[in-house]
Design a protein around this ligand. Sequence first.
Ligand SMILES: NC(=O)c1ccc[n+]([C@@H]2O[C@H](COP(=O)([O-])OP(=O)(O)OC[C@H]3O[C@@H](n4cnc5c(N)ncnc54)[C@H](O)[C@@H]3O)[C@@H](O)[C@H]2O)c1
Ligand SMILES: O=C(O)C[C@H](O)C(=O)O
Length: 310
Amino acid sequence: MAKDPVRVLVTGAAGQIGYAIVPMIARGAMLGPDQPVILHMLDIEPAAESLNGVKMELIDAAFPLLRGVVATTDVHEACKGVNIAVMVGGFPRKEGMERKDVMSKNVSIYKAQASALEKNAAADVKVLVVANPANTNALILKEFAPSIPEKNITCLTRLDHNRALGQISEKLNVHVGDVKNVIIWGNHSSTQYPDVNHATVTTSGGEKPVRELVANDQWLNTEFITTVQQRGAAIIKARKLSSALSAASSACDHIRDWVLGTPKGSWVSMGVYSDGSYGIQPGLVYSFPVTCEKGQWSIVQGKFELGAHC
Ligand SMILES: NC(=O)c1ccc[n+]([C@@H]2O[C@H](COP(=O)([O-])OP(=O)(O)OC[C@H]3O[C@@H](n4cnc5c(N)ncnc54)[C@H](O)[C@@H]3O)[C@@H](O)[C@H]2O)c1
Ligand SMILES: O=C(O)C[C@H](O)C(=O)O
């Protein structure tokens, strides 16, 4: 039997990440190849014409899974009945800035959008905050939308996780799909700790630890970490714009794994509210290793090595 469509909100949909992610969602990269979707796209009044252009392109692309498009500058209309909310709307940093430098502009957006989501979204809406500073914006959303279960408000650190997989795959010249179980601890900021201490590579001889295969602790403990921590800044320097296709793709990965589950024996990194695991203050939104099953994430326990991410 055909599935009912799922309503997916993308805020900031006329922006760079918005333009990259809406076709991915409409093609099934987020919710699967048999899941019809209705896209809700929100942007602000000055971007209304451009937002309408994105809607025109979505129609022109004739995506079989796309069952409707709402393109609006009214936050309440945008949030009506949504099951998934991908919060991209906000301002990106420019070269030389830290992500926290866009805090004052972006945080106020998340206060207003929290109440719109609370009033209008489906009761079990799953929220992914992408806009920076992502952990703080998710925390604001959680505080100002108290009726949305705290387990349903998350932020994106999957891009950092995927960057770590990519660096290992490049270093070892192995397929990125054969590398797994890196961990991003902390914030989506330059203070994050990319951890390979439990990461493995699938080889013809079975699963081997990344540390053993790389056989270069000096590189893993220094250059690898700073490359992942600083990758956002490196992309801005190269493109004069912040990452968009990789952010969009990683946001699809985050929601897909959350909704459809992580593969057996694998975990992913998600910014989720802390229940006190690993000594992290309860209530903070922090990136942990998680597994997902039946639409619920759980923090993987027992992966801490004392001092590793302090
Ligand atoms: N967490 C991550 O891994 C990650 C990765 C890349 C980018 N980002 C962040 O994502 C955000 C978006 O990046 P981008 O490159 O798409 O920026 P962009 O400037 O191209 O697009 C942002 C869009 O948001 C819109 N917007 C602004 N205020 C809004 C509001 N109140 N409601 C709805 N829409 C609003 C703008 O009009 C614009 O169209 C930035 O904050 C960026 O730093 C996060
Ligand atoms: O670095 C940025 O400001 C954009 C984004 O957070 C990224 O990591 O690419």
